[in-house]
Structures are given as C-alpha cells and as structure tokens.
Design a protein around this ligand. Structure first.
Ligand code: C2E
Ligand code: MG
Ligand code: MG
Ligand code: MG
Length: 283
C-alpha cells in the first residue's frame, strides 16, 4: 500500500502497518540476506530403533544463527520462508548439507545412517525437484537409500496425481519417503493405499498425552496397528518420558525420536554420541 502512494517513495512506517507486519517485514529482509550469506546450520536429531535401541538415522533440522538476534527457531522462520519462496534455495542448501554430512559420517566408519530431510510443498512442486534430488545425491556421493524425504501430511494431499507421479519417480531413484506430523492433516486415509511411503511419523501432539489422555492413547494405538498392517514403519515424534516410551514399545511402535534420547545436535555433538554407542533403554 505504502509503495503505491509515490513511486519510489517507500514509506516504511505507514500508520496502517501494525507491529506484526513490521516484524514480519523485518524478518523477511533478514531472512533474505541470511539465505544469500548462508547463515544457517543443520542440526541432527537421532532416530532410534525401538527394537534394538540403536540409532539408525537422524533428522536434519535447520537452525538460523543470526549475528545479532542469536538462534532463531525454525518455527519462526520456516512458515515465512515458505510464504516468500525462500524455502526453495534454503531447502536445497539443507538437503545438500545433510547429504554431505551423512556421506562424511559413512566414510568415518559409523554404522550406516539414514538422513531425513524436511521438504516443504513448494520445494516438492518445483518442476526440477526430482532432478535436484538426483543431482544432490550424485554430487555428494550419498547412496539413495540413505536419504529419506519428510513430507507433511496437510499439504501432501493437494494435486494427488502430480504428487503420485513425483513419488513414483523418487521411488525409482531409491530414496525413502515419510509422512511427517501424521494425524494433523485434513486428509482421508485412502491415499496411504496409493502412496507407498516407508514411514509414518506420528505427530508429537498425540504422543505428548498418551499416558494421560485415553483418546490420544487410542489414536496412537490405532495408528501403530494400522501402520503394521500396511507394512509401513511407525515412528513416534517428541517422546520425552519413560512412560511414553514403555507405552509405545508395548504397542509395537518401530522407531522413536525425542528428548528422552537426545535433542537435535550440532554435527560434532552428534559424532560424540555415535562414538559412545549410546543405546535407548526402555524400562
Ligand atoms: P518437524 O519436522 O516435525 O521436526 C520435529 C520438531 O520437534 C523439531 O523442532 C524438534 O526439535 C522437535 N522435537 C524433537 N523431539 C522433541 C521432544 O521430545 N519434545 C519436543 N517438545 N520437541 C521435540 P524444530 O527443530 O524447532 O523444527 C520445527 C519444524 O520446522 C519441523 O518440525 C519442520 O516442520 C520445520 N523444519 C525444520 N527444519 C526444516 C528444514 O530444513 N526444511 C523445512 N522445510 N522445514 C524444516
Ligand atoms: Mg520432520
Ligand atoms: Mg514432525
Ligand atoms: Mg513438520
């Protein structure tokens, strides 16, 4: 609006503009610069097999270390990055970084790790998305089976035929696909028949209450049972307590991720954890 008034005479402090949109604009300007300057870091949160108690992989989670503001959480800037399209270059950077790191770790003799990378729908819908995955794997030398793409259920439901075709092409390359935040979307379950995903990540909002709320417990029990029948792995997100862990193990959940084992870690911290051969204990 302010811009329309007088050509280049851009009025930053227009009275219409409330605090929220100012904050947003400020954030967007900084975010744009940060993408150019690559002010980001990738942290890795261990993914643990409930059967063996061992780390089998890690989720890459982006961190923004702003020179003045310090650490900005993805919850604050990912939605804005998605709205502005900045997620496309940022997402490509994270993807490459995560693949590079995982290949480096495989050279260091750790057990074979699988890295999960969050993919926003805008990235998924780029016409060259499958090509980007192929190119990144070739450039970083990571084996395709060591890459898992996390797609969020809410948005994964639009343009079903296009998504199926892209999923098929990704499957041909040999990468894995998981549905993130499962249970929070609006979709019907029927697409699970059409898309052969590897893993359902049960959203942490259900896990949080499993030991205190019967409905959450019922939903999680049903999701785990359904996954098993469909031969899809189930992974519980945000596991924090021994009681939650016990419950999930009893229900036959395959994998977990959460503070009970580890928070997301900087690469050197993740390496330390791998060296210790830390095992998940279920009591
Ligand atoms: P997500 O993909 O569902 O990632 C899991 C989030 O849960 C992470 O938050 C992680 O730190 C947090 N978490 C893990 N265990 C626990 C726990 O035991 N308790 C609690 N309370 N939280 C736990 P984070 O790192 O803040 O990321 C938030 C979201 O931002 C992610 O949710 C994902 O949707 C998005 N995101 C992060 N990195 C990227 C990225 O590189 N690309 C895209 N497109 N999105 C990203
Ligand atoms: Mg995720
Ligand atoms: Mg999630
Ligand atoms: Mg998510």
């Amino acid at each position: 609006r302010a811009k329309e008034k007088g050509g280049n005479n851009f009025q930053l402090y227009h009275p219409e503009m409330n605090k929220r949109s100012l904050h947003r604009l400020n954030l967007e300007i900084h975010l744009r610069k940060a993408v150019e300057k690559e002010e980001f870091h990738v942290y890795y949160q261990p993914l643990v097999d409930l059967g063996t108690g061992k780390i089998f992989g890690m989720e890459s989670l982006v961190r923004w270390k702003h020179p003045e503001w310090g650490m900005v959480s993805p919850g604050e800037f990912i939605p804005l990055a998605e709205e502005t399209g900045l997620i496309v270059p940022l997402g490509s950077w994270v993807l490459k970084e995560a693949c590079k790191q995982t290949y480096a770790w495989s050279l260091m003799g750790y057990p074979r790790l699988c890295v999960s990378v969050n993919i926003s729908m805008n990235q998924f819908h780029q016409p060259n998305f499958v090509q980007l995955i192929e190119d990144t794997l070739r450039e970083t030398k990571l084996h395709p089976s060591q890459l898992c793409l996390e797609i969020t259920e809410t948005v994964a439901m639009k343009n079903v035929s296009y998504i199926m075709e892209t999923m098929e092409n990704l499957k041909k390359i040999g990468v894995q696909i998981s549905i993130d935040d499962f249970g929070t979307g609006y979709s019907s379950l029927s697409y699970l028949k059409k898309f052969r995903v590897h893993t359902l990540k049960i959203d942490q909002s259900f896990i949080r209450d499993i030991t205190v709320d019967e409905d959450s417990a019922a939903i999680v029990t049903a999701l785990i049972a359904m996954s098993r029948k469909l031969k899809i792995k189930s992974l519980a997100e945000g596991v924090e307590t021994p009681e939650q862990l016990r419950f999930l193990k009893d229900q036959g959940c395959d994998e977990i991720q959460g503070y009970i084992f580890s928070t997301p870690l900087a690469p050197d911290q993740f390496e330390e954890l791998m060296k210790k051969n830390k095992l998940l204990q279920v009591h």
